[in-house]
Write a protein that binds this ligand. Sequence first.
Ligand code: IPM
Ligand code: MN
Length: 348
Amino acid sequence: MLNIAVLGGDGTGPEVVEQGLRVLEKVAGLEGFEYKTTDFDFGGERYLKTGEVLPDGAVDELRKFDAIYLGAVGHPDVAPGILEKGLLLELRFQLELYINLRPVVLYPGVDCPLKDKGPEDIDFTIVRENTEDLYVGSGGFAHKGTKNEVATQLMVSTYAGIERCLRYAFELTKKRNRKKQLTLVAKTNVLTYAHDLWWRIFNEMAKEYPDITIDYNHVDACCMWMVKNPEFYDVIVTTNMFGDIITDLGAMIQGGMGIAAGGNINPETLGMYEPIGGSAPKYTGQGVINPLAAIAALAMLLENSGQEKAGKRVEDAVRKVAGTLDSLSAGKMGCSTSDVGDRVIAEL
Ligand code: IPM
Ligand code: MN
């Protein structure tokens, strides 16, 4: 029995998750596995009503599930940072979801903004460290509000944190079994302490994987290569902050936020899977948002929660349906949110 916590969240989150759950029902029937979903109303609306982002005990309750399926967080009436930090980052940290896995795949028939690049050129995966770096929220202000103000924000890297992330990346590169190439993306020429530690652990661990070719890019150069020669990449491993940035670039070269999915994973316990496009408040309730990213996130959830075959099946259906839409962007698909769900179900 696969036990899934569903956090529809804000804006268009619940709409896209609804389509994902229809797909789940269908694929569970086809593959013959049982599942149970439990809804949680965490997000902007609840916060505005109760002043509470995550109630006491919520994290421990979520911990008991096999996976979390998340729609989106972000509400126009809530100040920036409150929901992002109080919900998304809080769950990443408290549940130690130390891997942020973001595949970058261009499906056939999908428009790519890169000239002369096709599906055979864009198929790689980014492993973003998800619990350290600038995201730990260590720092503060001194002399706030004066012209002497000082603000600090510490970049935190630990041996254990880097090691577990790199271990996952090496194992994933082995499992993918493609070019067997792992690229570390960092900035060792400037961040000569934090990224030197990444560099040393990376090279040390590589000795255990003689079949894997290791490679290194500075993050600025990586942005250039992702646009110029994306076919070069197989697996990229990178820090939290750089991963945040380059995965948005990755989403664009695979056709946009309408298709981009991610998993926040603790390989030993559970994962939280989400479309990475955000809550898109202006499209809420109109039935025009693309649910493929949420359905692709469901595919990742299944693949990483013991239902690999069902996950692959959903991913294949997403691959086929993506090319049938006029565009992947909200309002331009040529059909409605639920039509896209119908097409995926028909394809299954
Ligand atoms: C993401 C988002 C989050 C992040 C925000 C909402 C805190 O941009 O998942 O990439 O920066 O990690
Ligand atoms: Mn981001």
